[in-house]
Design a protein around this ligand. Structure first.
Ligand code: NAP
Length: 473
């Protein structure tokens, strides 16, 4: 298959310069994709703008039917999509298959939610007036997505946007454009009209600038780093662009003395090593209360020692490569800094022999807040552990960061769990649960981790305008 731009129902961009897409497990070039820029972004925005009138005029039932068909097509192409994802992103094939289902579920859930976009009737203060609230699709939506969940981060935006009656222009990450292009091809097969879904690969700077400054784009929905999110906010100021930002995290995982140890180890392992630690909600700092500190590390180390590192296309692999060499360098820097500042490596702590972009699943103990790894998002398979004594102390440590995306608490004591979680400034909390994401639940961050929520009934609100209508009768 040739991977091209999709603008107004046409596959295009053959004549443009091309960017290579690399397999992070082997370093090989998989294929090349067109290097679109300002011109192609403007064409895509024009197509989406033109298509909006007709698409927004369809009934919720018509949109629901198409979305449902689209979701089924994604499931039908599970194997192909998962292989593509593993090849360009590196995650083990079983995880990639899981993501394909998760991605399809967003489309399916919002196919149903399309039928539940309700307005309101407000009791009137005047016998000759009727007060109503109408909901309208916001308009053209630009979606910018990251590489770590190339399918789900896209459908989490497309699902509600299309269900609401918006048209979409997409810019995927340069690291993982193939999964996104394949998803657009499947949308075309489902029968979405020309211009409703468009995709442009290429220069993020040029394409992003068009998305953030063109007045025809009514909303930009972005998932990625906090740094880029802040740039987009500044760029969007002149057109007062409506923004949803799903940004970086630095998740604390708190294990209290009264935790079920096995549950805690399973939860921390799932959160920390899924996707090689490259998820925005993965545990970045692990705080274990003093009475179970040594025991937790022992059981955790036994579990982590069994994880198999390698090319995600091979069977039995738990931890694939990091996305690129810069990712490996950051992990190395965090580990070396921690060791220099007094931490001890319990498991891993280096690259395996076949170097490439791989890093061994790692546990570090006796971490402290001065270490880089306890202050910044690591985005790699390293679990630093710090000991604490009291609940008050750990809540302070957990909240001492500009990030506020996900946090985790492990305790069997309802009072302790409730008291800790009430004090945590985090948008998503897993209580005895290392994998809290669900399509039907609101996902998003507090503080510098973002604006808005994706998923759940809340997730469609960002794609709707509220119009208050006062009717004199
Ligand atoms: P990133 O570097 O911020 O890139 C994200 C997307 O933004 C990519 O498509 C990228 O394109 C594009 N981009 C980069 N610079 C841009 C600019 N100046 N204007 C417009 N677009 C621009 O993040 P990433 O490395 O792909 O993803 C990892 C980050 O995403 C982590 O911080 C992670 O925590 C966060 N994340 C958050 C969530 C959440 O739901 N909160 C979910 C997943 C990931 P190019 O790649 O083509 O440059």
């Amino acid at each position: 298959m040739e991977y091209l731009l999709h603008i107004n129902g046409k596959w295009t961009g053959e004549a443009l310069d091309k960017n290579p897409v690399l397999n992070p497990a082997t370093g090989e070039i998989i294929t090349k994709v067109p290097k679109g820029g300002r011109i192609e972004a403007l064409q895509a925005v024009e197509a989406a703008h033109h298509a909006f009138e007709e698409w927004s005029g369809t009934t919720a039932y018509e949109r629901a039917k198409l979305l449902k068909k689209y979701s089924n097509l994604i499931i039908d192409h599970e194997q192909e999509l998962a292989e593509l994802m593993t090849t360009e992103m590196g995650k083990p094939l079983s995880e990639a298959k899981g993501e394909v289902h998760y991605a399809a579920n967003y489309i399916e859930w919002y196919s149903e939610q399309a039928k539940r976009i309700y307005g309101e009737t407000i009791p009137t203060h005047d016998k000759n007036k009727r007060l109503q609230v109408w909901k309208k699709p916001i308009g053209v939506v630009a979606a910018i997505t990251p590489w770590n969940f190339p399918a789900a981060m896209l459908t989490r935006k497309m699902g509600p946007a299309l269900a609401a009656g918006c048209t979409v222009v997409i810019k995927p990450s340069k690291e993982t454009p193939l999964t996104a292009i394949k998803l657009v091809e499947l949308a075309e097969m489902a029968g979405f009209p020309n211009g409703v879904i468009n995709i442009v690969t290429g220069s993020s700077k040029e394409i992003g600038e068009v998305f953030l400054t063109d007045p025809r784009v009514k909303k930009v929905t972005f998932t990625g780093s906090t740094e880029v999110g802040k740039t987009l906010m500044r760029q969007g100021a002149d057109t007062v662009k409506k923004l949803s930002l799903e940004l970086g995290g630095h998740a604390p995982m708190i294990i209290l003395n009264d935790a079920d140890l096995q549950k805690a180890v399973e939860g921390v392992t799932a959160s920390k090593f899924r996707n090689s630690g490259q998820t925005c909600i993965c545990g970045n700092r692990i705080y274990v209360q003093s009475a179970i500190y040594d025991q937790f590390i022992e059981v955790f180390a036994d579990t982590v020692n069994q994880l198999r590192v390698g090319n995600g296309m091979e069977t039995g692999i738990d931890v694939g490569p990091l996305i690129n060499h810069a990712g490996v360098e950051k992990v190395n820097e965090h580990v070396l800094d921690a060791v220099k500042k007094g931490a001890t490596v319990v498991v891993g702590g280096e690259q395996p022999e076949e170097k490439g972009n791989f890093y061994k699943p790692t546990i570090i103990k006796d971490a402290n807040p001065d270490m880089l790894i306890m202050r910044e998002e690591t985005f790699g398979p390293v679990a630093p552990i710090q000991k604490f004594e009291t609940i008050e102390e750990v809540v302070k440590l957990a909240n001492d960061t500009p990030f506020g995306l996900a946090a985790y608490v492990f305790t069997e004591n309802v009072s302790h769990g409730t008291r800790v979680i009430e004090k945590l400034d985090y948008g998503v909390v897993g209580w005895n649960d290392g994998t809290p994401s669900a399509v039907q639940a609101p996902f998003g961050g507090m503080k510098e981790s973002g604006l808005g929520r994706e998923g759940g009934h809340q997730g469609i609100e960002d794609f709707l305008e509220t119009q208050y209508v006062s009717i004199g009768i």
